[in-house]
Unconditional design. Sequence first.
Length: 258
Amino acid sequence: MMKKIRLLTLFILLLLFPSVANFLNLQAQDTFAYEQLLNNRVLLAQIDKENTLRQEFALRGLTYPPKAIYLQAFKKEGLLEIWVLTEQGIYAKFKEYTICTSSGKLGPKRIQGDGQVPEGFYYINKFNPVSSFYLSLGINYPNDSDRIFGGYNPLGGDIYIHGDCKSVGCLPLTNEKMKEVYWLAVMACNNGQYRPPVHIFPMRFSNTELYMREYAKATTSTQRLWENIKLGYDYFEANRTLPPIWVGGDGYYRFNTY
């Protein structure tokens, strides 16, 4: 019954917004984007943001829709950045979005209910078009590193990039910004990038003064983690590409740059 209602809504909107019809004409009905567009909020995101995104990509010399995207979050600065893979095989910065509100403090998430935003290397593993927070993208917290360092503690989960402006441990962007981010992630997934990377850092490590000030206040375990994830941050800053990342038996990340 719900699918019939969604299809009826889609039909009405196709009549009202020819741009949606033009988009769907290019999509097979078994694609990820088509399935997502059966949800009203995703369809409205496409209607509201598609033309704007095309124009902004063109102004930056980027190809739309993106083949792959990369998300960087900085907790101290309260920013989420989206980078787009170019034809040259390197990433170019597309846009940054202000994170609407935050909880916890600098440092990783190590136990359920601590209110912390995770820190480390993750990827999008869930698209929720009917979220309680409008639209949401789930990340794969806890990852292998979190499980090793968390020991036997209950680690929690359900960490999302989402709409609205309230959250505990997530990255809320407001509904309007989330429309863009969600639709870009849909487009990347539709083009074959099934796990867009999301790297969450305590701050921009390139801001040496800020880094050293916060480093001095952090616990020893947090300092060691920051030293570790800074290697991945520095590699991207130098090369604008992402190294293969895996987790060693000690819980620390390894970066295979060969």
